[in-house]
Design a protein around this ligand. Structure first.
Ligand code: UD1
Length: 434
């Protein structure tokens, strides 16, 4: 397998326009929910990223028919599913695989699915998912690295989540929409993609009310039907571009977004002196000077998203003054700080907080992406840095950002994907960027 890395020459402000793709985390839920119908379901605005490809292969492997109509549209038909056992090597590496438990349990009352992987950003337990399935009447056990869930019949129940878990909320919602009777999920997650998955399930005939509020009410139905649906734009991809523009002191119109979903990010950018103009379905981000400090704490939606924390820490490392970023969702999500320090960042980590003293400039270095979002943050650091940066382990980044380098190039950023082994490609890049 060829190992690829990004070569980046920093220092150019990003300018122009970029179009944001569909939300990865919504797509993972929606692709799996689609197999609950026995009729074709057409899904538009699917992001072209590795996690989505892995999940599409997984649903195909158990008998669902998957037709890729174009790069961002897929038709899925779950009528011929003949197996509830999902366990490929690839599926063990992604997080969204856990949705197969909720969907298969809801539809067939049984599921046997490899335990989920995903980025190494903390212990990431699934006890709330399991509690929810059990309260719906399923027996759940874990053996040989798989979750085994089965039930004679699922019955609606009143379920209280100890923490507002995105994954548990979606999973329980999927199982409950084909349970007998009424389910109420209290203290659910309220992220935009929870609402998107609920809207999608409703478009297939489910009866879910209150997604996005403090209680989700679900009345079970016997079957779900075909549908056509378009996924919401990716809030985190949009946010990542917003911060990249701010870090390079650029001026970019970021298109195909829902500005309301970006409020926590917009508010912080405005607070530190960046200009953000909101339109119906785009935002324009401009910065022409060094930005200021801020304190940021990650919180469940509508708070500041943990998936934007590494990018924000990177931006504040280049800002004036001292900032504190506190990570409250995932305990080991500050591991990438060592890589940023190699580029000149001045950050001390104590527990779950990063204490940042802003520096004027980063300098290019060889760094390694430790996970998806921190990988994107390192690319952002490279775009803002003096000189040349290389970021390896970019397969993490490709799990969640579609055509990342193409979109950056479209904004005038100097970035190239090269083969790690191929010195000629590396030399070619150096010659090109001068
Ligand atoms: C999802 C997103 C991920 C994002 C995260 C938080 C997907 C595929 N991934 O991950 O990008 O960073 O939401 O917005 O959508 N928890 C428990 N028990 C559980 C479940 C969660 O204690 O059963 C805790 C976790 O340890 C964490 C917090 O709840 O501290 C939030 O996790 P959760 O919202 O479930 O995150 P994921 O679904 O894994």
């Amino acid at each position: 397998m060829t190992m690829l890395k990004y070569m980046i020459r920093g220092g150019k402000p990003l300018t122009g326009e970029v179009v944001i793709g569909g939300a990865k985390n919504a797509a993972l839920g929606i692709i799996v929910a689609a197999i609950m119908a026995n009729e074709p379901v057409t899904i538009e605005n699917i992001p072209d990223v590795d996690d989505v490809r892995v999940l599409l292969d997984a649903v195909e492997s158990i008998g669902a028919i998957v037709e890729r109509l174009d790069q961002t549209t897929v038709r899925i038909n779950g009528a011929l599913i003949n197996d509830v056992n999902v366990d490929q090597e690839a599926i063990r590496k992604i997080r969204g695989s856990y949705y197969l438990v909720g969907a298969l349990l809801g539809k067939y009352k049984k599921a046997l699915v490899a335990l989920p992987g995903g980025c190494q950003i903390g212990s990431r337990p699934i006890d709330q998912h399991i509690k929810g399935f059990e309260q719906l009447g399923a027996k759940v056990s874990i053996h040989h690295g798989k979750i085994d869930a089965k039930a004679e019949q699922l019955h609606g129940n009143h379920i209280y989540l100890d923490c507002p878990s995105v994954g548990a909320t979606i999973n329980i919602m999927m199982a409950a929409c084909m349970a007998e009777g009424k389910t109420i999920i209290e203290n659910p997650a309220k992220e935009p993609h929870i609402v998107d998955v609920a809207n999608f399930l409703n478009s297939m005939g489910a009866n879910i009310r209150g997604a996005g509020t403090d209680a989700i009410r679900i009345r079970g139905v016997q079957k779900l039907h075909g549908s056509e649906y378009s996924i919401i734009p990716d809030q985190i991809e949009a946010g990542t571009f917003m911060l990249m523009v701010a870090a390079t002191r650029g001026d970019v119109l970021i298109k195909n977004v829902i500005p309301k979903h970006l409020e926590a990010i917009t508010a912080k950018l405005t607070e530190i002196g960046c200009r953000v103009d909101e339109y119906d379905d785009c935002v324009r981000v401009r910065a022409d000077k060094r930005l200021s400090y801020a304190n940021v704490k990650t919180m469940p939606y509508p708070g500041f998203p943990t998936d934007m924390q590494p990018q924000m820490t990177t931006l504040l490392s280049l800002s004036m003054g001292t900032s504190i970023v506190t990570e409250t969702i995932f305990e080991t999500r500050l591991k990438y700080v060592g890589e940023l320090r190699r580029m000149g960042a001045n950050i001390t980590v104590e527990g779950n907080a990063a204490f940042i003293t802003g520096v004027e400039n980063f300098t290019g270095a060889e760094v390694s992406a430790p996970d998806l979002r921190a990988g994107a943050a390192l690319v952002m650091a490279g775009l803002a840095a003096e000189g040349i940066t290389s970021v390896d382990q970019i397969h993490y980044i490709e799990r969640g950002y579609e055509r990342f380098e193409d979109k950056i190039k479209g904004l005038g950023g100097q970035i190239e994907k090269v083969d790690v082994e191929d010195e000629r490609e590396v030399r070619k890049f150096r010659m090109k960027v001068g």
